[in-house]
Design a protein around this ligand. Structure first.
Ligand code: C2E
Ligand code: MG
Ligand code: MG
Ligand code: MG
Length: 285
């Protein structure tokens, strides 16, 4: 299996508030330059069928290799890009990169699998979002079923009517919508009935103590069942070990994403996985 695939370590920011602020300022100043200078890269984290061990898709995750401060985690720059609006440019770059990569696979005769892309709330407000998505997919001749978009629950607070309209437009193009990080932040079960989604991603904070906390187990089991009744696909994020995997399998979760199988990896490494995508004997795990 894909265990042991290497990922890069991030620079851990100094806990000191002053230097944190300094770093944040630097990040804000350098984002534009970084995009122009090609310092961003997309990694792909495979998603696995829990029953066969085969890769069934991936999530594109942005990485920034800053020439002076090293690897910067998206956790440290996405929120800044959201605040200053640069996320719109960055998101467009991400979307085009994914389309390019899928097109490359096709040209090399590789069976492409769906790629999911994270979209910030801010990005949904771009007037040209729908046309940009369509034009870019046309440019690279991308099947709509190969693209998925992940939004977080917090995306939908305050403006559910507008967001739902956007989501409905995107879905009508043939793109599936996933609700990311379900269960944390401004969680609200009414989201499940009010927002038109296809996929529910259970947040990693529920997986981390699933072995040890019987209440967590009950919550996750109930959410999986609920999702099934609602006709949603389930993805469990942050699965790190075989014990968690076994528990989730018994609960009827079908897709997992996590370090147990693979971190996010560079395109070449992910391509190797696609080329060598065999069933694993999951019983022996
Ligand atoms: P996310 O969308 O929830 O992505 C999953 C995060 O969990 C990734 O962190 C991934 O590396 C990490 N992860 C996956 N498996 C495991 C595991 O088994 N254990 C642990 N501890 N972590 C795991 P990453 O890549 O640092 O991204 C963080 C967040 O940054 C993402 O969370 C997403 O919200 C945001 N992000 C990343 N790329 C993009 C992007 O292109 N656009 C936007 N708007 N946001 C992005
Ligand atoms: Mg995501
Ligand atoms: Mg997530
Ligand atoms: Mg997240």
């Amino acid at each position: 299996n894909a265990k042991g695939l290497s990922g890069k370590n991030y620079l851990i920011f100094d806990e000191n508030m002053k230097s944190k602020r300094k770093n944040a300022m630097r990040i804000e100043q350098d984002l534009k330059w970084g995009l122009r200078e090609n310092q961003f890269e997309l990694y792909y984290q495979p998603k696995f069928d829990i029953n066969t061990g085969k890769v069934i898709g991936s999530e594109a995750l942005i990485r920034w290799n800053h020439p002076h401060i090293g690897f910067v985690s998206p956790i440290d720059f996405i929120h800044i890009a959201e605040k200053n609006g640069f996320i719109n440019d960055l998101g467009k770059w991400v979307f085009e990169e994914v389309c390019k990569t899928i097109n490359n696979w096709k040209n090399e005769g590789i069976d492409a699998l769906p790629v999911s892309i994270n979209l910030s709330r801010v990005e949904l407000y771009q007037e040209d979002l729908i046309s940009y998505l369509n034009e870019t997919m046309d440019k690279y001749n991308i099947l709509r079923s190969l693209i998925q978009i992940e939004i977080t629950e917090t995306t939908t607070i305050n403006d559910i009517k507008f967001i739902n309209k956007k989501i409905t437009q995107i879905r009508s193009m043939g793109i599936k919508i996933a609700m990311d990080d379900f269960g944390v932040g401004n969680s609200n079960f009414s989201h499940l009935k009010d927002i038109p989604i296809d996929i529910l991603k259970i947040d990693k904070s529920f997986i981390i103590d699933i072995e040890t906390n019987s209440k967590t187990k009950i919550v996750v089991k109930s959410v999986i069942e609920l999702a099934k009744y609602l006709g949603l696909e389930i993805v469990c994020e942050g699965v790190e070990n075989y014990k968690q995997l076994q528990i989730l399998k018994e609960m009827g979760c079908s897709v997992v994403q996590g370090f147990v199988f693979s971190k996010a990896i560079i395109t070449d490494e992910f391509k190797k996985l696609l080329l060598n995508n065999k069933e694993q004997n999951m019983e022996s795990l």
